[in-house]
Design a protein around this ligand. Structure first.
Ligand code: FES
Length: 82
């Protein structure tokens, strides 16, 4: 499964680098290295005032450091287990 994180300029200003580091840690913590591939993406055309765009399973989410853990559990871990 691909987890695409936008590294476009607007998302970069919303700390996409930090978010990528957190996602990497979550992948390791949940032993999903074999299942989830983290990739960078150009602007997804959905720049938000708050949050970094992340595409997963054909949906785009706008994530912050406060919401990334919940997203990971609810979407990524749930999908990996299904
Ligand atoms: S820069 Fe990320 S969606 Fe536009």
């Amino acid at each position: 499964m691909d987890l695409m994180v936008c590294v476009g300029s607007s998302c970069h200003l919303q700390h996409s680098r930090e978010l990528i580091d957190r996602l990497k840690a979550l992948i390791l913590e949940n032993n999903l290295e074999d299942k989830v591939e983290l990739k960078g993406s150009f602007c997804m055309g959905q720049c938000a005032e708050q949050g970094v765009c992340v595409r997963f399973d054909d949906q785009v989410y706008s994530l912050t450091m406060d919401t990334v853990d919940g997203f990971f559990q609810d979407k990524v871990v749930a999908k990996a287990k299904s």
